[in-house]
Design a protein. Structure first.
Length: 709
């Protein structure tokens, strides 16, 4: 039986083909086999240095400059011991593809040949460093796509993807393999390869140079983008105009403007390809920085460094510190394969130890802002990101957790950790220019309002002078002459900075307060609550008046409090959440609801001498205490809007309540169940694990709410 099956995308009118000639099957690829030959030389060179055989190369049956025939790599079974060896070797492959900067090794490009993972498409084995901005994961083990990654709930990765008809996973006849059980083998293989390479950089560098004459494919855009454009062209009456318009509109948007005209040949090549229903294909030579379309140069010096130089630079940067960082990323990524299961309530009894363990797991010193976490979009795409520096989603908030843990345990080992990150924050702001007073720059969530708040709170909890000193240094950079406020709320507006002014030296706080005061003269919001509503704005006004030693905002504060109290529900002992205009619900957290309002009212008492304001505050505090003593069923554990905010508020108001943190973390909240069972977690203060640890450590401490308001 004779036959021909097309595989993969079409380029220049041709695509990889599976040929069957009278039962003899082989693959035809329309490019030369130089990369395959050199890859074999590289692997043999490693063996000569004493390394183990960890992968294989497809056998070349026939070749010339235009095409080559490959023997099909068999998807062969193995036994249980072979499965362990496979994943150990996969860990090794993850290291060497990390070293070489490999890309696009999805599940269709890997075949499980018994105990060996085999790359069957080496087009992107090496990649060059581009001049345009790179994503955060581009310099990590995630770049190769060998590690688990989810898109729309489907794992398409080369190492563990389970796409139909793919041959990338090892198997034992008639047995299901639970891949998540082999994380240790992968990490052992990765560490083995890393440890082998560290003392042999010179020798491995010579092996990398073998690739100098090879050519590697460059993925300028995701293939899905090209398919989308081709589908639009097919429905268009003016095909060329549609192709040009769509490609130009989406064209290299992060490339600098000076290079756009020089890149015109790239665009023309793309247009020509999609009009022929092809996926555009570009290449770079192993020792070059030019981008090629076919045999022609599409753009000179498109890359900052050649593929070989990029790999050699990676080799130079290998270190024990980097090994730890990459191993943690592997652990986090592999957690995607672990099943979600409920945990017993007694497994969460010591939340402080649990929190410390989880934070340590995602602490990676070589990553921006030192912590990473696994995040996801609504369409199911999982990705890694750094936490940033703010209070809500950043390092400052996590430091507040560490500070609370220190106050609780007096564990001196926590002090160097806190000081390490404070020094990192200081480095970030040392070169910062003057900071204008605007919504984003001043907010409590990710702006300097939150950072100053967190640093002051850290100082109060630990006595670390560097924390308060840095808060003052940051405040000194605020430009009181540049005010551009459009939002008044605490979490996303300038209210976040207003709340910090009473904590700062008068010579710094007073000019800022005077600059903000005219803008806040008519400040108002429609919502209830502290984070985004009337409580937060009223407290901001009280803080401004306190710093300015003025009662000019008292009437406005009274107006806001009275308006907010119109939405108090006596039965629920709570204030309505007005963010849903059709069905008014009730939040029970800091951002919206009784806990946040209660803490704001108590704090306001320290800022005002107005009897009417004090009466309202005291009355509302009693309402919040009634709420706290009422049985609450929390479906979240977070500090922003869950059980943790309940616990912190109870401590701040001096109310003894039933401890529900464990039950909230238990099966009710998937993100925490998964976090404590695997490594898929958000480490941050307001929406993550740090908030749970913070609330647990601050129980019974009367200053628990200081950092929040």
């Amino acid at each position: 039986m004779n036959g021909k099956i097309k595989l993969g995308d079409s380029h220049n009118g041709k695509c990889t083909e599976l040929i069957d000639e009278n039962g003899k099957k082989y693959i035809i690829k329309y490019r030369n086999a130089l990369t395959e030959r050199v890859w074999a030389l590289f692997l043999n060179g490693l063996i000569d240095l004493g390394f183990c055989e960890f992968t294989r190369v497809a056998e070349i049956l026939e070749e010339n400059e235009e095409y080559h025939k490959e023997k099909i790599v068999e998807n062969a079974p193995t036994d249980k011991e072979g499965i362990k060896k496979y994943y150990f070797r996969l860990g090794i492959l993850i290291f060497f593809t990390y070293l070489l900067g490999s890309n696009d090794l999805h599940c269709e490009n890997i075949v499980a040949n018994g105990e060996y993972p085999v790359i069957v498409d080496l087009e992107t084995l090496l990649t060059a460093k581009e001049k345009r901005k790179q994503t955060e994961y581009s310099s990590t083990v995630l770049k190769s796509h060998l590690l688990p990654s989810l898109y729309n709930g489907i794992d398409k990765s080369g190492g563990t993807g389970e796409k139909e008809n793919c041959r990338n996973n090892p198997f034992v006849e008639n047995e299901k393999i639970e891949m998540f059980r082999f994380a240790d083998e992968i990490l052992n293989g990765f560490n083995y390869a890393y440890d082998f390479s560290l003392p042999r950089k010179k020798e491995i560098g010579e092996l990398i140079k073998y690739f100098s004459e090879c050519s590697f494919r460059v993925l300028i855009r995701p293939t899905d983008v090209y398919y989308y454009i081709i589908s639009k062209i097919e429905k268009s009456e003016s095909r060329e105009e549609t192709a040009s318009s769509l490609l130009s509109r989406a064209y290299l948007k992060d490339i600098d403007k000076d290079r756009i005209n020089k890149a015109r040949k790239i665009l023309n090549s793309e247009i020509k390809a999609v009009l022929a229903n092809d996926i555009p294909i570009f290449h770079v030579k192993g020792n070059g920085t030019a981008l090629y379309s076919g045999k022609e140069i599409a753009m000179e010096e498109f890359f900052e460094t050649s593929p070989v130089e990029t790999a050699l630079n990676k080799l130079k940067s290998l270190s024990e510190k980097d090994k730890i960082t990459q191993a943690k990323i592997i652990e986090l990524a592999y957690a995607l394969k672990m099943p979600i299961s409920e945990i017993r309530e007694d497994e969460c009894t010591d939340l402080i130890k649990k929190t410390m363990k989880e934070l340590d797991r995602c602490f990676v010193p070589d990553y921006p802002s030192s912590f990473i976490y696994l995040s996801h979009t609504n369409d199911g795409l999982f990705f890694f990101r750094s936490v940033g520096y703010g209070l809500y989603n950043g390092i400052t908030g996590i430091l507040c957790c560490y500070a609370a843990l220190y106050r609780k345990s007096k564990d001196e080992a926590l002090i160097p950790i806190i000081k390490y990150h404070i020094a990192e924050l200081e480095n970030v702001f040392r070169s910062a220019r003057r900071i204008s007073i605007s919504d984003s720059s001043c907010s409590l969530s990710d702006g300097i309002g939150g950072i100053i708040s967190g640093l002051v709170h850290i100082h109060d909890l630990t006595g670390i002078e560097e924390a308060y000193s840095l808060a003052v240094k940051i405040a000194e950079k605020i430009d009181a002459s540049a005010v551009n406020i459009g939002r008044y709320d605490v979490l996303s507006g300038a209210g976040g900075l207003c709340l910090q002014l009473p904590k700062l030296p008068e010579k710094i706080a007073l000019p800022i307060a005077r600059a903000i005061a005219p803008v806040y003269a008519d400040a108002d919001v429609m919502l209830c609550g502290t984070g985004h509503g009337k409580s937060g704005v009223a407290l901001s006004l009280a803080a401004l008046g306190y710093v300015m030693k003025s009662d000019e905002f008292d009437n406005q504060i009274l107006k806001l409090l009275n308006e907010e109290n119109q939405y108090y529900d006596k039965e629920k002992c709570n204030w309505r959440d007005l963010r849903d205009s059709e069905v008014y619900g009730f939040m029970k957290g800091y951002c919206s609801g009784a806990p946040g309002i209660g803490m704001a009212r108590k704090k306001m008492l320290s800022y005002t001498e107005n009897g009417k304001i004090a009466d309202i505050c005291n009355k509302d505090i009693e309402r919040v205490k009634e709420f706290l003593q009422k049985e609450q069923n929390y479906k979240r554990a977070t500090l922003c809007c869950g059980e943790s905010s309940f616990a912190v508020c109870a401590s701040y108001l001096g109310v003894k309540v039933k401890d529900n943190l464990n039950s909230a973390i238990n099966a009710q909240s998937a993100r925490f169940v998964r976090a404590f069972k695997t490594a898929e977690l958000n480490p941050t203060l307001m929406q993550g694990v740090a908030g749970v640890g913070y609330a647990s450590a601050m129980r019974g401490f009367s200053q628990a709410g200081e950092m929040l308001i």
